[in-house]
Design a protein around this ligand. Structure first.
Ligand SMILES: [Zn+2]
Length: 179
């Protein structure tokens, strides 16, 4: 695409201009929560956004988080989503980031409830048990954990709406097997 002066316009840059402020705002919420609750915010504050079309590999896929938790990838198509959907997706991805950045430190006993942070005071023996349980999770459990952490941090329950079951606030619970 070219602008009125005939200069090439990078559509991914336009998408980034829409996505980045929402990404930054959600990251701020997560950083604030970490700081307020005595959780180290160094890692979460450094999570980066990469705008990349490869994140849109299926109709209902717009975003992904690397297994290190250090990078969230959102497809340029995410910029065309309703704001609430985009923000709910971003909250879900930050839930993954927080989970992956601190292996075994977010406990999800009941996926309908907010996740609980394992404080530093908890014994190393117990932390090891939590880590083992964390490491053995199914794909569904990992997805539910992202929503439960987002619920803790934002105070809003991420749910699933519409024919594609995209993230929204409230909405139905994430069904098992949703990919
Ligand atoms: Zn997910």
């Amino acid at each position: 695409m070219a602008n009125a002066l005939g200069t090439a316009v990078d559509l991914d840059m336009i998408a980034a201009a829409i996505l980045q402020p929402h990404f930054d705002a959600v990251r701020d919420i997560f950083v604030e929560y970490h700081k307020k609750n005595g959780i180290c915010a160094d890692e979460i504050s450094k999570v980066k956004l990469l705008v990349d079309g490869r994140a849109h590999d299926a109709e209902r896929h717009f975003a992904a988080t690397t297994s290190t938790g250090k990078q969230i990838i959102i497809a340029p198509e995410g910029a065309d989503l309703p704001t609430e959907t985009l923000v709910a997706i971003t909250c879900h991805e930050f839930g993954h980031a927080a989970d992956f950045l601190h292996p075994g430190r977010w406990l999800v006993d009941d996926r309908r409830k907010p996740a609980v942070w394992v404080t530093d005071e908890v014994s190393d023996k117990k932390k090891k048990i939590f880590w083992r349980r964390w490491n053995d999770r199914s794909t569904d459990e990992i997805e539910w954990a992202a929503d439960a952490i987002a619920y803790t941090v934002t105070g809003k329950r991420v749910g699933y709406c519409g024919p594609c079951l995209l993230q929204c606030f409230d909405g139905q619970e994430r069904p098992a097997g949703l990919r």
